[in-house]
Design a protein around this ligand. Structure first.
Ligand SMILES: NC(=O)c1ccc[n+]([C@@H]2O[C@H](COP(=O)([O-])OP(=O)(O)OC[C@H]3O[C@@H](n4cnc5c(N)ncnc54)[C@H](OP(=O)(O)O)[C@@H]3O)[C@@H](O)[C@H]2O)c1
Length: 303
């Protein structure tokens, strides 16, 4: 029987991972988050643990002895990380160190969810073999953990992803697609960046990618994202089209016009040919992903 510990279970990806893995045979899922559980999971053990607290981590998880750990928890807000480096380090690096130590003690397989922001954005789309060079504190904190994993003796996979969108329950933060949709529904004009490039990723595809990697006990680095290479402005226009909203409210702008404290890399996005070839990973197009979440929102409304 596999026992899979999923961290960040209240977050966008964590929720989908718990839902996906809890349907697998011979698998027990242990979901973990900070504070009370915010989603209605069936047949899942939930543990409220601050991962940055080593004593809490060991007290909670040693006795459940997971065979696999998928570490999706992180502070993901770039500006917050830039503003409060200590808080970011605690939640992203110390928390991961505690889990890596736990995995070593239990000899558990470790999957770490990382980011396109480990790259500087001068030369995207990036392959797994390209050299990271983070340009903001969030990216640095994620890269430090990648380096820790590369030095340890565990079976590990680093799963990097890009601009994740989708629908979750009671999330602590939004995502580009939902932000655009909400603004346009309220008839608010928005300015959206047209000089950054990303490969937007439907959260359900990312969860499926994590599952493919875990099922194969695959090790090394994997880039898991959508296939398209688009600017946030392109994504906003497609969102308006699929949801039947007024695209005239969207104007393109340059990233330099935003006063953000954390610098964003300009051209990230991924070459996902390794994941397609080695895992059989096949993401949907942005158009199909938007149609999918439109249906999800309709069925949530009718519940
Ligand atoms: N979303 C993206 O566009 C994107 C892009 C690239 C990579 N990623 C990576 O993908 C992973 C999942 O991201 P996501 O979009 O699901 O983020 P999310 O919705 O912000 O979820 C992250 C979860 O981690 C929890 N967390 C943070 N610090 C913790 C701690 N010390 N102990 C326990 N839980 C803690 C957060 O708790 P609260 O809910 O209480 O805040 C949150 O529920 C992250 O590792 C992120 O770096 C995401």
């Amino acid at each position: 029987m596999n026992k899979i510990l999923i961290t960040g279970a209240n977050g966008l990806l964590g929720q989908k991972l718990v839902l996906l893995f809890s349907t697998m045979e011979n698998t027990a899922v242990i979901a973990s988050g900070k504070g009370p559980l915010r989603i209605n999971f069936q047949n899942v053990t939930y543990l409220d643990v601050d991962l940055a607290n080593r004593n809490e981590v060991f007290a909670a998880f040693i006795k459940v002895a997971p065979t696999h750990i998928i570490h999706a928890a992180a502070v993901t807000q770039v500006d917050l990380c830039e503003h409060d480096n200590e808080m970011c380090w605690r939640n992203n690096v110390i928390a991961s160190e505690n889990l890596i130590e736990l995995a070593e003690e239990l000899d558990a397989y470790f999957q770490y969810i990382s980011t396109d922001f480990v790259f500087d954005g001068t030369d995207g789309p990036y392959k797994e073999t390209d050299q990271p060079h983070p340009i903001n504190f969030y990216g640095k904190s994620k890269h430090v953990v990648e380096q820790l994993l590369m030095k340890c003796q565990l079976d590990y996979a680093i799963v990097r992803t890009v601009l994740v969108y989708g629908v979750g329950q009671n999330l602590s933060r939004s995502n580009l697609v939902l932000w655009v949709k909400n603004k346009l529904e309220n008839q608010e004009p928005i300015r959206v960046v047209n000089d950054q490039w990303r490969s937007p990723t439907l959260v359900e595809d990312l969860a499926k990618g994590c599952k493919l990697i875990l099922e194969k006990n695959a090790t090394g680095i994997f880039h898991i994202s959508g296939k398209e290479y688009l600017t946030p402005y392109d994504i906003a226009l497609q969102t308006a089209k699929i949801f039947g909203l007024d695209a005239d409210l969207i104007s393109p702008t340059d990233a330099s016009t935003f006063k953000e404290i954390g610098t964003r890399p300009l051209k990230t996005g991924f070459d996902i040919s390794k994941s397609i070839k080695e895992l059989g990973f096949e993401p949907v197009s942005l158009q199909a992903g938007l149609m999918f979440i439109k249906d999800q929102l309709l069925s949530l409304r009718s519940e």
